[in-house]
Design a protein around this ligand. Sequence first.
Ligand SMILES: [Zn+2]
Length: 212
Amino acid sequence: MVGARINGRMELIPTQEEVIALLRRTGGMRDGHYEYPSGRHTSEYVQVALTMRDFNVSNILSVALSRKVRSNSELRAMLPNLSIVAPATGGLPVAYGVAEALRTKRVYWAERNNGEEALHFRQYLELEKGEKVVLVDDIFQTGAKLSEMKKLVEAAGGEVIALAVIVHQPGPDAVDFPGLPFYYLAKLDATYVDAAKCEQCKRGVPVAKVRL
Ligand SMILES: [Zn+2]
């Protein structure tokens, strides 16, 4: 079993297949018929937060992601002065796991009070001018949130020097981050489609709504 092989061998970076097996084993990836809040449908539900509730697995994934960041010699040289910025709440377990493994300087997170409001840093959670940060999240799909985070960090005087996520699942309209190193552990196909093109809908399969 994949997990058993990885347990106790945390110096390894799990392969794409091993990451997918860990996601499935922990309920973070499920087959079915789902509708996202955007209205699009998918046969594959991905929710990394469900995987991160297993501390041992979350540790394996965070350490693996940190090793990918560390493999960049420029980033490695900056580590003691590097900070991690993540969106609450899904990015937080990844951010703290990576920060612990890399011994980075600080962790910051951005929050949103309701669906309409912009991401912001809590009062007194202030970046230093010129602070170098790695943006971290659990999953990349549209890139909209990381794009908003990047602008927030820059407006606060920080400098984004890399991005790192557990699962990379870019859709056709995903935001690009040219020139920035981008690290991930598994790349998944974007399986979501417009409801009108959904094969399961055509077959009358009941749909479950994805809630965040
Ligand atoms: Zn459907």
